[in-house]
Write a protein that binds this ligand. Structure first.
Ligand SMILES: Nc1ncnc2c1ncn2[C@@H]1O[C@H](COP(=O)(O)OP(=O)(O)O)[C@@H](O)[C@H]1O
Ligand SMILES: [Mg+2]
Length: 312
């Protein structure tokens, strides 16, 4: 395992009596050469976990092994093998990006300027401006270059794609795939399902400081239900009684949408009784819908957020 946490727990103390458990007995394994998505709504404990991996804050109890070393005891040695991108990058405001890159290169040693230029080009990032002049999306690009430029074995990225436009997100995804092809490992956090769905091999779902599930993205997307939309003319029989059909919605007078699982045969036999089928569309459920179906424990944590379509 590249990352292994053992009963990792963080309780934040504030004042004399205040205490808040942000992470509760986390046992998480990340394998070599995978892109692992750490998914959870805001406040779930993602950044808390990542800060402990980087030894920025200390666990209340439990421990983390990274690349066979102890994340706390061996943090200095580990930093050479890890590329880290924080959720919010705060660097010297008046310094130019290129100088920041060179500074980091000097501290780490062996700065590969050709590779830095290649990264900047692919990300369409102009390195000649001062840090304070960059938009949040451009700060993210700088953060990515700083995380990638020493070709680390492990990338730990805290919400790397928030603020990136869709085109840059494609570039980011491509970069991550290349890193995986080289056998390196990526651990990234996100609160947006579609992002992790696009690149991750496995996903861990964190809610309220608890790891709720760890699944292969592929297994999830092949969950056995579909959305079906039918456009028809004239009469269509009542589908709500057909085996496997649920949540029937008449979108308008000529379109019906429903959820479907199981064998198609009973559905198709019933549909032959319709006057005319103009269009038949099946859609795979989104990860969000799958998670809701599989893991919703009635605590409404997710339900509050489902209004935002893509965010859990
Ligand atoms: N330094 C801190 N002191 C007290 N509470 C904190 C501190 N940092 C984070 N928290 C709380 O811990 C919880 C998890 O935060 P965080 O790890 O930042 O979540 P995420 O990154 O998933 O949005 C939140 O409720 C947050 O308010
Ligand atoms: Mg966070």
């Amino acid at each position: 395992m590249v990352i292994q946490t053992h009963n990792l727990t963080k309780i934040y103390q504030f004042g004399r009596k205040g205490a808040f458990k942000a992470l509760d007995n986390l046992n998480l394994s990340v394998k070599e050469g995978e892109i692992f998505g750490y998914l959870g709504p805001n406040g779930a404990g993602k950044t808390t976990t990542i800060r402990m991996m980087l030894d920025i804050i200390r666990p209340t109890s439990g421990r983390i092994e990274i690349l066979g070393m102890d994340a706390q005891r061996d943090s200095v040695a580990l930093h050479h093998h890890i590329g880290f991108m924080p959720g919010e990058l705060n660097l010297w405001k008046n310094e130019k990006a290129i100088n920041i890159i060179k500074y980091f290169g000097r501290v780490r040693g062996n700065l590969d300027m050709a590779y830095v230029k290649e990264l900047a080009e692919r990300l369409q990032f102009d390195m000649s401006k001062k840090f304070r002049e960059y938009s949040s999306g451009n700060k993210r690009k700088l953060g990515l270059i700083l995380a990638l430029m020493h070709r680390p074995q492990l990338l730990i990225l805290d919400e790397p794609t928030s603020g990136l436009d869709p085109l840059m997100q494609q570039t980011f995804n491509q970069l991550m795939r290349e890193i995986r092809e080289e056998g390196r490992t990526v651990f990234l956090s996100s609160h947006v399902l579609s992002e992790v769905q696009a690149i991750c091999d496995r996903v861990g779902i964190l809610r309220g400081g608890l790891l709720r599930a760890v699944e292969n993205v592929e297994d999830l997307t092949h969950a056995n239900f579909r959305w079906i939309t039918i456009q028809y003319d004239g009469h269509i029989p009542d589908l709500s009684q057909v085996a496997g059909v649920s949540e029937v919605t008449k979108v308008n007078g000529t379109t019906v949408k429903f959820r479907f699982s199981g064998d198609f045969d009973p559905l198709l036999r019933t549909l032959t009784q319709a006057d005319y089928i103009r269009h038949f569309k099946t859609q795979e459920p989104t990860l969000e819908e799958i998670f809701l179906a599989f893991y919703d424990d009635g605590q409404n944590v997710m339900n509050d957020n489902t209004k935002q379509e893509v965010a859990i």
